[in-house]
Design a protein around this ligand. Sequence first.
Ligand SMILES: [Zn+2]
Ligand SMILES: [Zn+2]
Length: 1002
Amino acid sequence: MSDNPVAKREEEILSFWNEREIFKKTLEKDAPRGNYSFYDGPPFATGLPHYGHLLQSFVKDAVPRYQTMRGYRVQRRWGWDCHGLPIENIVEKELGISGKADIEKIGIKKFNDTCREKIFTYAKEWERIIPRVGRFVDMGDAYKTMDTSYMESEWWAFKELYDKGLVYESYRSMHVCPRCETTLSQGEVSEGYEEIKDLSATVKFELVDEPGTYLIAWTTTPWSLPGNTALAVGKDIEYVKVKKFTGKWDKKNEPTYEYIILSKEIYNKKQEGNIRLMREFPSVYQVPDGCAVPHVPKVVDEFGGLNIVGKQYKPLFDTYAQDESLENRENGWKVYVGDFVTTDTGTGIVHIAPAFGSDDMALGKEYNLPFIQHVSMGGIMDARVDMGEFSELDLKPRAKNKPDEIREIDLAIVKHLKEKELLFASEKYVHSYPHCWRCDTALLNYATSSWFVGVEKMKATLLKTAEAINWSPAHIKEGRFGKWLEGARDWSISRQRYWANTMPVWRCDTCTHEKVFGSIDELEAASGVRVDDLHKDVVDQVTFACKKDDCGGVMKRIPDVFDTWFNSGSVPYASMHYPFDNKEAFKERFPADFIGEAQDQTRAWFYYQHVLAGGLFESHAFKNCIVTGIVLAEDGKKMAKKLQNYPDPMDVVDKYGADAMRMYILSSPVMRAESLNFSEKDLQEIERKMIGRLVNVYEFYALYKDSIEHDARADSTHVLDRWIVSRMQQLHKEVTDAMEGYEIDRAARPIGDFVDDLSTWYIRRSRDRFKGKDEEDKVAALNTLRWVLKEYAKVAAPFAPFIADWLWQKVKTEGAVESVHLAEWSDVMKFDEHVIKDMAQVRELISQALEVRAKEGIKVRQPLEEICFEDDPGFGVQYDELIRDELNLKQVRRNVTITPSVLTLRVVIPGVTINTEITPSLQKEGYVRELLRAVQGLRKKTGLEPGEMVTLRIKAPESLHDLIEESRDELRALASVAQVIWEETLEGEEVVMGEEKAIIAF
Ligand SMILES: [Zn+2]
Ligand SMILES: [Zn+2]
């Protein structure tokens, strides 16, 4: 147990929940409204929970707690995400290996076994932390995405899609990570864009029938140039041929020239002062002796793009071009028309490498171009590329954390071309480029075979089913999610990795006949082998004879595994092992009533669930979705262990309690998909203002609760009681309305604010009633306060579950449920709006009047005569006592004609006047109050018990003696002063009384 009283109180409540099995009871209690379905977005257990995880847990706890109180049964099953690259990367490091070759060397079984072992490294910590932050969730019965049952449901899903014609295999240009050696999906690629510096090159391609004439093309990936097999021009683009000095003189000392072909529009930018073109087409040359010689380049010809189509140019690299076995070699190294060619950047002529770009590949297919894949998926340059020492260079080394580093392979290519006098220009170029979201390596655009879910084919369904989803914040619907969905392309679901679910496709090694299995039974029926694990190391062992036309070949599984998003997107059915088990339960719980996660999941978990649900069930997967922002460090930067720019979340919980952290996060803009700069100070403020004050309010109640019998009732007629009851009912309505709209921050904020009204107004103004002699009024106040605290405990329960239950235990009435989390959410009540409005007006009036006092330098302890209203102020006389007490006035007068002689000042509220004239008797009263306050202060300081009599010694000027003598009775009654002794000299506390000063001591 913690020493900190806040944390200790929460830990005691946690023990109470555990001992009494409160969470279990929330699932067993009556649920008149039926089931409310919720899917957990499973986290990875390869690290400790950070603020992002806790934030999700707060949301995923608040909503189910609320719905439980509303009368639903809310199953809350924890899930673990187990597969994919994060764990693979950890295990690679742990085993001291790197790359696929190493993994295959140690064996996939050993690799997968290690992944299985390491995935739960931190699970125990999670199982301690998640309940400690107040989340009710069943972690004992967690589903894991690596469970055989879970994986089998995915096999079923894949087969369903396959049978419906919604998955297919295709060879196309994809983004691949050369380090992880696997393809990535559109969503993964879109997450990884970073600005980096590349070496761009403008390369010369010499025309075969016009030596000395070059087409120039620009590229940001010089490494792809050995794969060049064509150039593309625009059919409507105008080109120029420019005669240009080479910068060299021949043996006879005559200048030599070359002819450069590029887009006319781009060349003309030179005239507009384009610096790059002025440098590339200089008009003045420097000769060795230092003189400047003019050689103005000259346009010698102009023609449309079609005029150069079909022209042949010399390949930059010979190796492949001379390889007679290269398919379609006769079509290579010629100029073609490409409708994607523009004059926005580059030269208006595009370098085409069909193996490394989608436009390139499409053009390659259209014209049967030779296909040269001179770089492996692992990013290694083919040794056959004739570059001497630079062959076999690796494309990988540059990571995104080194954005300025130029790839060695690009430098080598550029240097090589320069030596061959084929480089026209080269410069560094900053652009946004995709990186692997797991390992930060720059991606390659790479032609490869991949399996796809045909998202485009089912888009109409997906857009239609998306209409039924309620998003919070609402703008996600048409914005981030809607736009993504509209532009969504087919989803690449195959990966070339190890620790993942396997794709259930077997193919004949002879006739390529293909078979897809939707269950373990189906695989057994075909192969005679029953497996109890669907991981790669197991199912790749299952082979069987091809039965197609007695071909005699062997059916082997394709090597691919599933994208992990296929894994987590399958949560709705796979977590229940549907359709093998739980058929009825699935129907009841699908689609989910609620899910939530951070904004980045709009293109990931939310999206993939939606796609799979659309493909399998023609339905949306969830009805309501809360999209959160992210928690940043206080300085607005990403929270980073290295920077130590944030406090450990569990230290914060230990210091201020989980409730304070929950309230802080749940009432923040993070609930509207915006980011929050985490401030420990602001969190502490919530602890102090909401939790701390609430405890103080209860402690105040506890002082009087046993003094007289009372209940918890909302029927008092006293204006303060009526006001606080109405405020409570108003709060209840606000919270209910916001929660029904899944607007968590709008629900949480007023819960904190209410405590301020309760503590600094209701309690402060009601103190005397609780102490008071009027028993009827005392009971009314106690009834009211208890009712308010009880209702408040319920309203606060989903957000600050610890303090809410603590309070509930203290104020619940006989026969009430044992925990507030088993209580019923009250129906929205009609409340007295007038009393809220009037009290607000009164408080505003008071605060303005206090400002007047402050401006005039009249302390509140100095009583004043009156406040006057020329007209009816709009609120009833029942508020007058409040105003008198709060402003220390003798009377409140209404409908009076204010004569200038009486009034000294006008308060800002039109018509309202506070009389700040201080008569001698009012002044005396003020002095006595000053003295009393000073004596009370001195008593406290000296540690006197209440009621303990004391002798007061005073040194004061003559003018004050009478006044003090006259107040002896008050001093005795209110400050237990037995006698007063006058002193000539005295050291002690100073009391200012108008112009004069007195010194007091005991
Ligand atoms: Zn990677
Ligand atoms: Zn076959």
